[in-house]
Design a binder for this molecule. Structure first.
Ligand code: HEM
Length: 491
């Protein structure tokens, strides 16, 4: 049963009814992402693009329409740029994401954005892709008809190594990296999914976290010790002028050292850097390669495009005087449209009561936007469920999309998909994520033929989703990899 609730005489977006004082509407479904998705789908089908749930006595409003999202995140950008307050003192508490919209947030965000914009990624990217290709080659070597691999772990290792080099410098040993990865793998599953979206009333947070509290504290403590040691080592390498990274521009830790932050703040920011970058990028890489296995024709077309660009020596060919989007970029964008790693943004809130689409959004409400529904909206995209990278080439229906500028430079047509969010809180890592994904995909396709493991292509790849903070493949990708012979490697 649903109904339109009221606040101060104004109508709020429709919500399930009734809701209970402490738990809100969460009693009507188990507190998991999977059940949240089902409840929201039902509510949107019944009531349209703006609906709400109750988190205790606070409304949580969900928006599935790109036009309304554009109005909120871009036109009313400063009003919606706030994050809900939290009582938790976990690893995220001093990050850019959790910072209140204001001076501290501005300082940290500018620092991160300028580090990412000026980081000399070419060398680090080269060595990461080389290692990735070598690892896969050693798995498939000597077999003419290739071997079946499950590459997720190799992808994760390469992406982690890349971002760790940008964060802590290139002088970090393999053993330290392995321990850091282990701690990330230990901590992430202990985070309650709905809590990450601020959808757990305090009462339920206590219930859910109680059994895992000790494990979480212990892992966080070990993470703190390891990261402070890594920060000290990075500082020492700089002061003494030793190690492979001293000639490089500053890694993230060095930029943080210049801000005069405390130890807890630095550890939290390093956690955020690695946590925000690795799982998102790795998951997307897996979705992209799954699509290329499923669509052999697109894989061939991509291989040809890479070859012709490399042969012409012009990596950014032009079309009518304008830069032509390389096909690999179109492939990555199409995968981000259909399979965004984050199906929802991080929780936003407002600093005052506002009206949006004739509904009242009370100050302090949780506000979120459905990234996946916008990307698959049949009113915005023809055949939205079809994987068709050509949409993103010059003149295609997706050519106006601006994923990496936060959509803030023009109208709602730039926001027909928002895998990185939009407006003031849009992902500052969007540009580097696009660079990394294109570079990895290009090398993976240049060096290997990615073939379905069984003859029935559809049957051999399960494209089902595993709902979560990050939506991964329910069944990890498996593919037959055939190494392209040296003579045939595309330049
Ligand atoms: C495919 C890769 C990535 C995806 C899909 C992605 C997606 C997102 C999304 C959806 C948001 C929330 C935006 C909002 O709440 O409005 C976000 C925020 C954020 N992302 Fe990313 N991200 C990716 C990679 C990265 C990387 C590489 C970094 C940094 C190295 C990064 C750092 C951040 C930070 C710090 C925020 C919070 C921004 C703020 O609150 O001001 N992300 N990202």
């Amino acid at each position: 049963k649903n109904r339109k609730p009221f606040y101060d005489g104004h109508s709020l977006p429709p919500a399930p009814w009734p809701h209970l004082p402490l738990v809100g509407s969460l009693f009507c479904h188990p507190p998991t992402m999977a059940s949240l998705v089902v409840v929201l789908r039902r509510l949107h089908a019944a009531h349209g693009p703006v609906v709400s749930l109750w988190v205790g006595s606070k409304p949580a409003i969900f928006i599935t329409c790109h036009d309304i999202a554009h109005r909120a995140l871009v036109h009313m950008g400063t009003t919606f740029a706030h994050r809900p307050a939290t009582w938790s003192s976990g690893l995220n508490s001093h990050g850019v994401n959790s910072a209140t919209y204001g001076n501290r947030w501005g300082l940290l965000r500018r620092n991160l954005s300028s580090h990412l914009a000026t980081a000399h990624v070419t060398g680090v990217l080269r060595s990461s892709t080389d290692k990735l290709v070598k690892n896969l080659e050693s798995a498939s070597a000597g077999e003419d008809d290739g071997v079946v691999v499950a590459p997720s772990e190799t992808f994760r290792h390469a992406v982690f190594g890349f971002f760790a080099a940008l964060c802590f410098g290139e002088g970090v040993g393999e053993d330290t990296l392995r321990r850091l990865r282990g701690l990330h793998a230990e901590i992430i599953p202990l985070i309650v999914e709905l809590d990450a979206f601020h959808l757990m009333p305090v009462f339920l947070q206590v219930v859910c976290y109680f059994p895992r509290w000790r494990k979480l504290l212990s892992a966080q403590r070990r993470h703190h010790v390891l990261v402070t040691t890594m920060i000290s080592a990075c500082r020492r390498r700089r002061e003494e002028g030793v190690g492979p990274d001293v000639a490089q521009p500053r890694c993230y830790v060095v930029t943080l050292l210049g801000l005069g932050l405390g130890e807890d703040e630095m550890v939290s920011l390093c956690w955020e850097y690695m946590n925000a970058s690795v799982k998102t990028t790795t998951t997307e890489l897996e979705w992209i390669m799954a699509r290329l296995v499923l669509h052999q024709d697109i894989q061939q077309k991509l291989r040809k495009d890479i070859a012709s660009r490399r042969a012409s020596g012009n990596h950014t060919m032009t079309c009518g005087g304008r830069r032509r989007r390389p096909f690999v970029e179109a492939v990555v964008l199409e995968a981000l449209r259909l399979h965004p790693p984050a199906h929802y943004l991080l929780a936003h809130t407002t600093d005052k009561d506002v009206t949006l689409d004739n509904y009242m959004i009370p100050k302090g409400s949780i506000v979120n936007f459905s990234v996946a529904s916008i990307g698959r909206d049949a009113t915005l995209w023809t055949d939205p469920d079809v994987f068709r990278p050509e949409r993103f080439v010059e003149g295609g229906e997706g050519s106006g999309v601006r994923c990496t500028t936060g959509g803030s430079d023009s109208g709602p047509e730039t926001m027909k998909m928002i895998p990185f969010g939009a407006g003031r809180r849009a992902c500052p890592g969007a540009g580097i994520a696009m660079t990394v994904l294109q570079s990895f995909v290009e090398d993976l396709v240049r060096r290997f033929d990615w073939i379905p493991v069984a003859s029935g292509v559809e049957a051999s790849i399960d494209m089902a989703e595993k709902p979560g903070i990050i939506t991964e493949m329910r069944v990890p990708l498996r593919a037959r990899l055939v190494t392209v012979r040296q003579n045939d490697v595309l330049l």
